[in-house]
Write a protein that binds this ligand. Structure first.
Ligand code: AMP
Length: 358
């Protein structure tokens, strides 16, 4: 397959950064996104302004591109499958199916031999009450689909939180109750798999969330080499099981004994991998583009320690201070209007590398 033009479904900042990486490797990009002048379209070669599942728009995208990828995991599976009938779609639609529904995702991850939090499907208030009894009154209730940045979730702490009305409060949609994991820290790993099956992983990042939104990713994470090796191993297993092509982000809880519990996976480039553009020779975005275009993967070695911080909402007011710093790469997303909880950009601050990657 000779790739000249890459289609990107979704027009947010992840698509924008993919399109920028693609341009550096001489690829053209076309974005399918209903919102005009979206972050990705500002830097891509073209935009098809239409819904993600518009059949005519999908046909136009397939006709204009050599391969199609996506920047968010809620691309309708039927749209991805329809496209895959006429053009390579990477990551494969199977990865979307595995990641869109938390119940399917947990079963898939467990099927790979990787532990997750214990879980119960919750389709009614009585299911919820039974599941909470199973978990000693504690747990995290989440919508099975379409949750992001901590939205569509409710935490129950033993004895403190009443379940009354909780099923209806999350919209009466299919839910999952997860047992509460008393983790020591949260990490994620960004890994890439090429069309020839070769896997390359970046170093795990340690993530701190604020109000359900990623605040910082710090690399190296404060974990042992054994934990880092386990995260890489889990990523390799998941990627092989999905016959995956492209970059994936997998989030884990680290228990006090260093063992890992997988939380969720995103079949796309990931916010907790933005640090790679500043601290590695090849970023997650370039790695993804290389993979979907059938190129060899790049070197994911880290040359510096770093902290990536999201600029969310009014954080953007501190931009002049960040711009003055000599140790910081600033990346803005082309969003003119700042709103609470809206990711406006990110900054990555570098320091000398302190440790050898396992
Ligand atoms: P998620 O949307 O699944 O990534 O959850 C958002 C955040 O909620 C995670 O990053 C954790 O900080 C917390 N969280 C989610 N699930 C659990 C769990 N089962 N036990 C403890 N904390 C959780």
């Amino acid at each position: 397959m000779t790739v000249t033009t890459i289609g990107i479904i979704g027009g947010g900042q992840l698509g924008r950064m993919m399109a920028m990486a693609a341009a550096r490797l001489n690829f053209r990009t076309i974005v399918l996104e209903p919102q005009v002048d979206c972050p990705a379209a500002q830097v891509a070669n073209g935009q098809i302004v239409a819904a993600y599942d518009d059949p005519a728009a999908l046909a136009e995208l397939a006709g204009a591109c050599d391969v199609v990828t996506y920047e968010f995991e809620n691309v309708p599976v039927s749209a991805a499958q329809a496209l895959a009938g006429s053009i390579p779609v990477y990551p494969p639609p199977m990865a979307l199916e595995a990641a869109q529904d938390r119940l399917v995702e947990k079963r898939f991850i467990n099927g790979c031999g990787i532990p997750t939090a214990d879980f119960r499907a919750v389709d009614s208030q009585s299911d919820l009450e039974a599941a909470l009894r199973d978990f000693g009154g504690q747990g995290v209730l989440k919508t099975r689909r379409l949750g992001y940045d901590g939205k569509g979730q409710k935490v129950f702490r033993s004895g403190a939180d009443s379940a009354d009305g909780a099923y209806a409060a999350l919209g009466g949609v299919p839910l999952i109750l997860e047992s509460f994991v008393s983790f020591e820290r949260e990490i994620s790993i960004i890994a890439a798999r090429a069309t020839d099956g070769i896997v390359v992983c970046f170093d795990p990042a340690e993530n701190i969330h604020r109000n359900g939104i990623l605040h910082t990713s710090t690399v190296p994470a404060s974990i042992t080499d054994a934990t880092a090796v386990a995260a890489r191993g889990a990523a390799e297993t998941i990627l092989a099981a999905l016959d995956y092509v492209g970059v994936i982000g997998i989030e884990f809880f680290v228990l006090p004994d260093g063992s890992l519990i997988a939380n969720e996976m995103a079949p796309r480039v990931h916010n907790s991998g933005h640090w790679t553009e500043a601290a590695c020779v090849v970023s997650q975005f370039e790695q993804h583009i290389r993979a979907v275009a059938g190129m060899p993967l790049g070197n994911a070695d880290r040359h510096s320690d770093c902290v990536m911080q999201n600029l969310v909402g009014d954080d953007i007011l501190a931009l002049p201070d960040w711009l003055r710093r000599r140790d910081t790469l600033v990346h803005l997303y082309g969003k003119t209007e700042s709103r609470p909880g809206r990711k406006m950009g990110h900054v990555t601050t570098l320091t000398a590398k302190s440790s050898v990657s396992p």
